[in-house]
Design a binder for this molecule. Structure first.
Ligand code: PEP
Ligand code: MG
Length: 837
């Protein structure tokens, strides 16, 4: 019997609906996923609860999930994503109204009907009420034919015709009704094509001014045509309701000269090279037959799910930084993944021809892409590349990510919409000369990675960047945050010369990089490195790093299927500590959530993930995870100078709780007969509340480490991955400097030290101010170490303190920058190319 799941923000509402529906179908399994685990009123939805409810309701004949609104739908989708593919196929998320739908579904399920029939009844459940109130469907602008089908002719007015975005809206709309919908291009005679297949629809090549004939058959044909007519009236939702605001000019980007795509400086340096679109290169698809078609089909399902999750994440990030309109293009990419035009031929190739999943999927995608390429319309022809790119991602996952390293296979400048941290790490440093992205901001984790890899980068260059044809010569200026497309010979010469000068300056700084950094009046400033991998540690040592000031442990947790075990973590941290050869290392406990989600630790969708459960908040909701990590750290600390610190702390209570988890970790080791050493414990200052309460923290901590990336984000209310507000999040803003001063003063009063591990520490204009405020450790990306040491050596600590006092009296970050530039001789010293150890 088909089971039902009721998903509601309110546990009470879910129970009420179940009571009503249960009265109609006593035998039907009805499971509830209402409310969340939180203090009353506990309103919300939880994907894990939905998953459990689905599992309990599933008797093998299928499960219909009915949801109330908003995040209920998202939670249900997440739960669906978490189900194994073989079970996912028999679960249907249904858009029917919750109360009427549940009652109708229970009645029908009780009769032993199939899942499709139960869903159809639920969907049609408003008809009785609508008829009674006289507000039933208005006469559809459609003609009914003798075979029961209905037809409708629509004019397409969109400037680019029925291209990807409007076609995606058409398919989403048609797909939400129980009706077969076909479309014929009346003007050209092409078709009919399925109105539920994005690829079939888009390859009809419908242009502006052409007419389409829509034919619908099935129980909800009239509703489908009504909704499609309304959609056509709205020009298929293709006009951006509000043009995204022009990004605020960033404080730190120099004005991009005429003729360049202007964005934000993300990693210093310049690069010359051909445009290499990220992951558009050919893949080696295995051609051997497969022995187990069912296993191949399941593997394909899993790969598709992973790509779906990645696209959704990109969609969310683009929606928040560039608006819904720009993000809607990713809806089309999602539809590629569920399109029968691809899935059906792939399924046949696997089950009937015995092809392996990668080959079957690749061939199906290539056939559809060829259809796009045959079109007259240039815009639609270009969609073949979108499809190929999405399909390629699936193949990459099928090949177990092996192909990730070949994402860019020819030397040049990587061009992408945005890059995730995982994408950035996977880039082949030998081939990638620079990174240019249409979206993103300089303190995003990908930009940080680019800096630590020594790859010049410019971000937030706008979507015109994505139209640059593959192979086009580019000059990338990572200092100005600009990209020149097809540069003149003169410009190329100019940049070559700048690049040569930069390298000469970097060589000079590198020559004295192994010496400690002291100010002119003898104050010692430790310059250490932010590291996320053993290679980073080697680069840090080669560049004169005096230790690791921030070990971002999350890179051990990302891009894998399960939590690393204690021994694996121990081995990884130990290896890094060993490579530092006696130099100190500060391990930052896991800082995931927000822009670094973990696939195996699903989190409830959050409206503002950066304000949600991330950093230590996640550590304290998953104390076993934290305890395991701390046990691994304590074991390393027995033989290496290791310290720990906690990220994203907000209150002293959180700090106390984290310290008790550390105490439990210690006890655990003692019970195992081990003798852990004492270990220094610090707090990261990333939330203004900690800086303002530094007096209360100072007696309890061993040190403070200021994470200016997040501190700027939270002080200035400017999301760190969002290019539109990146200009606001300048760490040299006097408001942020006042917070740093508060920390430094509290620390000094209690004999504790303060470091800065945010990107600000590597900014030559910030070094005098930070030293002047009393910071004694600067933790920077490895290539920036020599230049940071040089910047320290040029300072007089007393004069720097006066300069910091003056900076604190100013109003704007720009004023502080102008002051420092005028008062110090800060001819920028180039960061080194990342030395190859
Ligand atoms: C910071 O926020 O400044 C910091 C160093 O941590 P992360 O960039 O990893 O969030
Ligand atoms: Mg941070």
């Amino acid at each position: 019997m088909v089971g039902l799941v009721i998903v509601s923000h309110s546990a009470t509402l879910a129970e009420g609906v179940a009571e009503l529906a249960g009265g109609m179908g006593a035998e039907v399994p009805i499971e509830l996923a209402g409310g969340i685990d939180a203090p009353e009123p506990a309103l919300g939805t939880d994907a894990m609860r939905v998953l459990e409810a689905i599992e309990q309701a599933d008797q093998g004949d299928g499960v219909l999930v009915l949801m109330d609104l908003g995040s209920a739908v998202l939670s249900a989708e997440m739960a669906l994503d978490m189900l194994p593919p073989e079970r996912r196929g028999r679960v249907l998320l249904c858009e029917a109204p919750l109360v009427e739908g549940a009652v109708a579904a229970a009645v029908t399920a009780n009769l032993g009907a199939s899942l499709a029939d139960v869903a159809a009844e639920a969907r049609g459940s408003l008809v009785a009420k609508a008829t009674h109130l006289g507000t039933g469907e208005t006469a559809a602008p459609a003609a009914a034919a003798a075979d029961g089908s209905r037809t409708l002719t629509l004019a397409v007015r969109n400037p680019l015709g029925l291209h990807a975005r409007p076609a995606a809206r058409f398919v989403q709309t048609a797909g939400s009704f129980d009706a077969d919908v076909t479309v014929t291009n009346v003007t050209t005679g092409r078709g009919p094509a399925s109105g539920r297949s994005l690829n079939a629809l888009a390859t009809l090549g419908v242009r502006q001014g052409e007419e389409i004939l829509v034919v619908a058959r099935g129980p909800e044909s009239s509703g489908a045509l009504g909704a499609l007519a309304a959609l056509a009236e709205r020009d298929f939702d293709d006009a951006p309701a509000v043009e995204p605001a022009a990004p605020t000019p960033p404080a730190r980007a120099q004005a991009a000269p005429a003729g360049a795509l202007a964005g934000l400086a993300a990693a210093p340096g310049t690069a010359l090279g051909a445009a290499r679109h990220f992951r558009l290169t050919a893949l080696e698809v295995p051609t051997g037959p497969a022995s187990d078609p069912r296993a191949e089909w399941d593997a394909l399902g899993r790969a598709i799910e992973r790509v779906r999750a990645e696209i959704r994440a990109t969609r969310e990030s683009v929606a928040s930084s560039a608006g819904e309109y720009s993000a809607a293009i990713f809806d089309a990419h999602l539809l590629f993944l569920e399109d029968d035009a691809l899935l059906e031929p792939a399924r046949r190739a696997i089950f009937e021809q015995g092809d392996n999943a990668a080959q079957a999927w690749h061939s199906a995608a290539e056939a559809v892409a060829a259809g796009y390429r045959r079109l007259d319309d240039e815009y639609l022809r270009a969609r073949a590349e979108d499809l190929t790119a999405v399909a390629r991602e699936v193949v990459v996952h099928l090949l177990d990510g092996e192909a990730l390293t070949t994402a860019v296979v020819e030397p040049g400048i990587v061009v992408a919409a945005d890059l995730t941290p995982a994408d950035t790490v996977a880039l082949d440093r030998e081939l990638v000369r620079g990174i240019a992205t249409a979206y993103g901001a300089p303190t995003s984790h990908s930009a940080i990675l680019a800096r630590s890899l020594g790859i010049p980068a410019a971000v937030g260059l706008g979507k015109r960047l994505l139209d640059v044809p593959e192979g086009t010569p580019l000059v990338l200026d990572g200092d100005a945050g600009a990209v020149y497309v097809d540069p003149t010979a003169e410009l190329v010469r100019d940049y070559e010369q700048r690049s040569a000068e930069r390298q000469a300056a970097a060589r000079l700084a590198l020559a004295s990089a192994q010496r400690p950094a002291r100010t002119l009046d003898g104050r010692r400033i430790e310059v250490v490195a932010n590291v996320g991998s053993p290679a980073d540690v080697d680069a840090a040592v080669a560049n004169g790093g005096e230790g690791g000031g921030l070990l971002r442990t999350e890179f051990l947790f990302l891009e894998r299927e399960s939590i690393p075990l204690e021994d694996e973590q121990y081995a990884a941290y130990k290896e890094m500590a060993e490579r530092l050869d006696g130099r100190p290392l500060i391990l930052r406990t896991l800082d995931v959530g927000a822009d670094k989600p973990l696939p195996y630790l699903p989190q409830r969708p959050e409206a503002n993930p950066f304000l949600g459960v991330r950093g230590i908040r996640l550590g304290l909701t998953e104390p076993e995870l934290l305890e395991t990590q701390l046990r691994a750290a304590l074991r390393v600390a027995v033989s290496h100078p290791l310290k720990v610190m906690f990220p994203m702390v907000t209150t002293l209570t959180e700090y106390h709780e984290a310290v008790s988890v550390l105490a439990r970790a210690r006890e655990g080791l003692e019970q195992r007969g081990e003798s852990p050493e004492e270990m220094d414990v610090g707090v990261m200052v990333e939330v203004p509340a900690v800086a303002l309460a530094a007096e209360a923290f100072a007696p309890e901590v061993d040190f403070f480490s200021i994470g200016t990336n997040d501190l700027a984000q939270y002080t200035m209310a400017a999301e760190r991955g969002n290019e539109a507000v990146a200009g606001l999040a300048d760490g040299l803003h006097p408001s942020i400097l006042r917070l740093i001063r508060a920390v430094a003063e509290a620390a000094e009063a209690h004999g504790k030290w303060v470091g800065v591990c945010g990107e600000l520490a590597a900014d030559p204009l910030a070094v005098p101010i930070l030293v002047g405020l009393g910071v004694s450790e600067l933790s920077v990306n490895a290539p920036a170490i020599p230049a940071t040491k040089e910047a320290v050596r040029r300072l007089d600590a007393g004069a720097a303190a006066d300069l910091a006092d003056e900076a604190l009296r100013l109003a704007l970050a720009e004023d502080v920058r102008a002051l420092v530039a005028a008062e110090t001789s800060t001819a920028p010293i180039a960061t080194s190319e990342r030395s190859k150890p």
